[in-house]
Design a protein. Structure first.
Length: 277
């Protein structure tokens, strides 16, 4: 039995190591590349650890593209407002679905969920025509405003979480002279920190990594986001692999920090959304 347990443990650890190499391998190679000199990246056979650690790739990156800081700032601004809009609008809609006993609630909520099955590519042309008629092309409005109109996935997350909060708290608030807004603002939302943080992270990351939206609606290079700017950078420094790796590293740093400091909320928020239907 002991030998069998050892064999099982060994196979499990082997699978974990293989999975770790598959997922962490590209990240390790990117970190290694950005710390190498340009000549060292063409060395045969390639090495994981640089012979000499160098940050020249970042200097060349910002020298080749002076608007890099502007693009980073643009991405932060857009992603911030997208995340804020997702929390405010989706939580309000979800509050109605979870607390208002209307005869249309059980009809409208499935309709909201059905929109998740609509491929974004189908809405691309109608959305562009709409934003063009509104004179929103070459502005950030097409990237920000839709997030303030609610998102089906975030509405679902908030609604499922709100259903886990006892309605006795609502009734106690009404007895104290509160109204529906008081229940939402002072009871429901303060108890919903896990799902709020989960929504903020998901919305921020989706906006931060979005390439098609900014590429489609923004024409002015000064208003580009980092994802579009890095794509432009590929054409300018296609032979400078350390600079490209440095740009990729900059793009993933905010995402990594978000997950690092809020992973507890993500797990708690996602788990609790499925505890009550």
């Amino acid at each position: 039995m002991n030998s069998r347990k050892i064999a099982v443990k060994a196979s499990q650890y082997t699978m974990l190591i293989v999975a770790l190499m598959l997922f962490a391998g590209p990240l390790v190679w990117m970190l290694s590349t950005m710390l190498k000199t340009k000549a060292e990246t063409y060395k045969v056979p390639p090495t994981i650890l640089p012979d000499t650690f160098s940050l020249e790739a970042f200097e060349r990156l910002f020298a080749v593209q002076p608007m890099m800081w502007q693009w980073i700032q643009n991405s932060f601004i857009i992603s911030f407002f997208v995340a804020a809009g997702a929390v405010v609008s989706s939580s309000l809609v979800a509050y109605g679905f979870s607390r208002f006993a209307t005869k249309y609630r059980n009809i409208l909520f499935p309709v909201v969920l059905v929109t998740l099955m609509i491929p974004p590519s189908i809405m691309m042309i109608p959305s562009y025509v709409l934003f063009s008629k509104l004179n929103w092309i070459d502005t950030w409005l097409p990237l920000i405003v839709p997030s303030w109109l609610g998102g089906a996935y975030y509405i679902f997350l908030f609604r499922q979480f709100f259903m886990t909060i006892p309605q006795e708290l609502d009734e106690a608030t009404y007895l104290d002279g509160g109204n529906r807004w008081t229940v939402y603002a002072r009871v429901i939302m303060p108890l919903s920190k896990p799902i709020i943080m989960t929504t903020i992270i998901f919305a921020f990351v989706n906006s931060w990594l979005d390439f098609l939206g900014p590429f489609l609606y923004i024409k002015n290079a000064e208003m580009f986001t980092l994802s579009v700017g890095l794509q432009l950078l590929i054409g300018q420094t296609s032979q400078d692999l350390p600079a490209l790796a440095a740009g990729a590293f900059i793009s993933i740093v905010p995402i990594g920090l978000l997950y690092l400091f809020a992973q507890r909320y993500i797990v708690e928020g996602v788990v609790l959304t499925g505890t009550k239907g």
